[in-house]
Design a protein around this ligand. Sequence first.
Ligand SMILES: *Cc1c(COP(=O)(O)O)cnc(C)c1O
Length: 221
Amino acid sequence: MEHIRLAACRVGRDPRQVRLVAATKFVTAGRVLEAVKAGVTICGENRWQEAQAKMAAIGEEPGLTWHFIGRLQRRKLKMLVGRFSLIHSVETVDQATELDHQADVMGMQQPILLEVNVGGESTKGGFSPLELIQALPAIDRLEHISVRGLMTIPPWEPDPEAVRPYFQQLRELGDQVTESSPIRIRMDELSMGMSHDYVIAVEEGATLVRIGTGIFGQRPR
Ligand SMILES: *Cc1c(COP(=O)(O)O)cnc(C)c1O
C-alpha cells in the first residue's frame, strides 16, 4: 500500500483515488481472511467455482467486497450478477448484453468494466480500441449494467517501464469515450497494473490495481 501511495504522490495524484484489489486465485480462504484482517478490502477472483467456495467459507466479512477479474465463461456469466460488486473483464457486446439481461431479471444494476486488449495479443481477450468505440452506442443502451471504466492486461515485458505506453493508451481511450458523450457509461475507473508493473500503472492513472503475488507470494503452477 505504501508503494501505491508513493507512486500516486510522485505524480501529484491523491492516493485515495487508487484502490488495491487483492488477486486471490489459488489463495485459500484462511489466507484471504488473514489479508482482510491486515487491511485488504477488495478481493478479485478469476473463476466462479473457486470464488463461490471461498465466499461460502468466509461468509459475510464487514468491509470486504468481491470483484470478478477473470475471463467470463458463457455458462457461468449469470452466476456473477449480484455477487460481485464489480466485474472487470467484459470483453464483448454479447457478454454485456447477457449480464444486462440477468441483472434485469434480478431487478438490479450490475457495475462492470470493459476490458481492452491494448497490446492486440491473440492470446488475450478484450475489445480492440476501435471495437470499443464502435460498441459504445449498443452498450450505452443497456440499462441494467453500469459501465464504470476500462480494464487492461498489457503484454508482459521484463522491464515494467516498457508497458507505460499501454497504460497511457488505456487512459486516453477512457478520455475518448467520455468525449463521445455517452448517456450511461462512466469512465471513473481504470483497472490496470499487477504486481510487476503497478507502480507505472498508478503513475499513469490507475484507480484499481490488481495484485496477487506481491501480496501472497508465488502461486502454484
Ligand atoms: C492473477 C491476476 C492478477 C494478479 O497478478 P500478479 O502478477 O500475481 O500480481 C491481476 N489481474 C488478473 C486478471 C489476474 O488474473
